[in-house]
Design a protein around this ligand. Structure first.
Ligand code: ZN
Ligand code: ZN
Length: 257
């Protein structure tokens, strides 16, 4: 098995407490050579930094998840950028819009999304976008902001419309696929993914959430990213090694590694 990368996981979450050594070991045994552990709020950055410092294969991002915006009303560009200074911090996010749960007011989500975009532009670190039930607004903001100055990024856990994927790719973004593409009911999504350009795709677990088949409903972990890659290989009608190689190259290109 060739090397593969989990572009999005949450290794500091309580599900992994005390188990990280074995989880990282299992991932490495399955060929997962890099993992990006994602920030959802600023008061977990110390934890994330200590994890990415402890494991050479693990990197971290810095950002505030749309659910958490309500606790960071006064977030400043400076606050965000300050935390990018450690050498294992390679991305900004996850940030974006979640109008499905709407755990934070929409206007506040939009305000913080724009601050994260500014941070990505200023640091040239890719923006990791979370979007749910907000495709139109997300694309509108990304397009408008791109005109004011380019910035790199990706749509994580892509699971919606072809239009979102195509427009994001046109803006230079990458699309990251999660275990959702392995679910039985995801026929429509698989049909969309089949036609997306392989050189723009990444794979992720979003662990501990969204375990792929055959582990659906269980606690997800980075080693399971292989199952998402296998389905992608079927859809693209290529060998798993091709998917592993290509998504690894894509990740390293996007994140400048
Ligand atoms: Zn997310
Ligand atoms: Zn996430």
């Amino acid at each position: 098995m060739n090397k593969i990368i989990d572009s999005h996981c949450h290794l500091n979450f309580p599900e992994f407490k005390g188990k990280l050594d074995e989880i990282v070991k299992r991932a490495l045994e399955k060929g997962v050579c890099r993992m990006l552990t994602i920030s959802t709020k600023l008061n977990e950055i110390n934890e994330l930094e200590s994890i990415s410092k402890s494991y050479s294969e693990v990197y971290n991002s810095v950002g505030v998840h749309p659910h958490e915006c309500k606790n960071y009303k006064d977030l400043s560009l400076k606050d965000l950028i300050k935390h990018t200074k450690n050498s294992k911090c390679i991305g900004i996010g996850e940030s974006g819009l979640d109008f499905y749960y709407e755990n934070s007011p929409k206007e506040l989500q939009i305000k913080l999304f724009k601050i994260h975009i500014e941070a990505a532009r200023e640091t040239n670190l890719p923006l990791i976008v979370h979007t749910r039930k907000a495709d139109i607004q997300t694309i509108q903001i990304l397009s408008d902001e791109m005109k004011r100055g380019a910035f790199p990024g990706l749509i994580h856990c892509f699971s919606t419309s072809k239009e979102l994927a195509e427009k994001a790719i046109n803006l230079g973004f990458y699309i990251s696929l999660s275990g959702i593409i392995t679910f039985n009911k995801s026929n429509e999504l698989r049909n969309i993914v089949k036609d997306l350009p392989l050189e723009k795709l990444l794979v992720e677990t979003d662990a501990p959430y969204l375990a792929p088949e055959p582990y659906r409903g269980k606690c997800n972990e980075p080693s399971y990213v292989i199952h998402t890659a296998k389905i992608l290989a079927d859809l693209k009608n290529v060998k798993l090694d091709i998917i592993a190689d290509q998504t690894t190259q894509n990740f390293n290109r996007l994140f400048n590694l």
